[in-house]
Ligand binder design. Sequence first.
Ligand SMILES: N[C@@H](Cc1ccc(O)cc1)C(=O)O
Length: 409
Amino acid sequence: MSTYKSDLLRVLDERGYIHQTTDAEGLDKLACDRVIPGYIGFDATAPSLHIGSLVQIMMLRRLQQAGHKPIVVMGGGTTKIGDPSGKDESRRLLTAELIDENIAGIRTVFERLLTFGDGTTDAIMVNNDEWLSTLGYIELLRDVGPHFTINRMLTFDSVKLRLEREQPLTFLEFNYMILQAYDFLELARRYGCRLQMGGSDQWGNIVNGMELSRRKDGRELYGLTTPLLTTADGAKMGKTAAGAVWLNEAQLPGYDFWQYWRNCDDRDVGRFLRLFTDLPLDEIARLEALEGAEINDAKVVLANEVTKLVRGEDAARAAEATATQTFAGDGTGDDLPSVAVGDEGMRIGALLTEIGFTASNGEAKRKIAEGAVRLDGLPIIDPSTLVEVGEGDQRKLSLGKKKHGIVTR
Ligand SMILES: N[C@@H](Cc1ccc(O)cc1)C(=O)O
């Protein structure tokens, strides 16, 4: 399949992680010859990462599995600025205390997915606040300023799109790419880091770091970005009507996390298994070839495997047990009320009344506004939500903690 020679690039290619690379052949060769320290940075804008970041985390895992060294950079410093890449609006400024709290939450997930230590291929975690917050302004300007031209800075998407759309880009945000570039330079100096990976919106930031290191130290660095993940229905991955799908238990209970994967679109099963599980490719090929109601078995495997990686074995087992209980018996939940919605689906309000949880559409709307209504464990906040059910599939509708029902096709 893949024409790459190194384990690293072959796996990344075959499993669907690669969107753009700066010099794939050079990197492929380097990966055959030596252990590559490679990094990805994560800003601490919330107390947990969500599944939008899971591709990046999995990529660090692949890097380690292929015999290289993952460097996890916590963006304690860069979060103080706020990356404008891929964003229409400036972020609210976060206090240093909040950033520290967020980092404490975010870091936990890495301990499950990577092996940390002092060995050659052990992962390490560093906080860029360590070097960024002590930089002197005049010194930094003289040190790196001459290597960036405004002309070129204006051509990067993070800047260009805001200017084109006439949306404000503050001077603070404009400086973000310089600081991320400085990180790459610093990591290359400190740890011999040669590779930076990230989402497709990070391309400009990565390239800037490569150019800076080339100019200042004459070092060749590499960059690789992942595709922007969307679901089969075109939505940005990890965003549901109910909000983000958080990686941490404190932000999203294990069962709900499990359900997100269990209820993914049929067309996404293979891609998600390749990206988010360690299952071998031939096993995945078999699972994604399942059809009709059987594809749901593949989704259960997906949900179990991802939950195991992110939340641990116990969480995966508990979630599956809850699901089995809820949907026990003949598969429509023996003792739970159920409603069939047909091919067109049904609006959430009508459904609540139809299943007997509410007496009227008005009451249904009120319950939704109170945040009491959940579909597959995730709150529904939009009263116009259309509930659809795939063939051979079923969904769980809940009102409050006690009322549960099954929605079938
Ligand atoms: N800018 C990245 C995070 C990051 C921070 C520091 C870096 O050195 C690299 C990446 C993001 O917003 O996702």
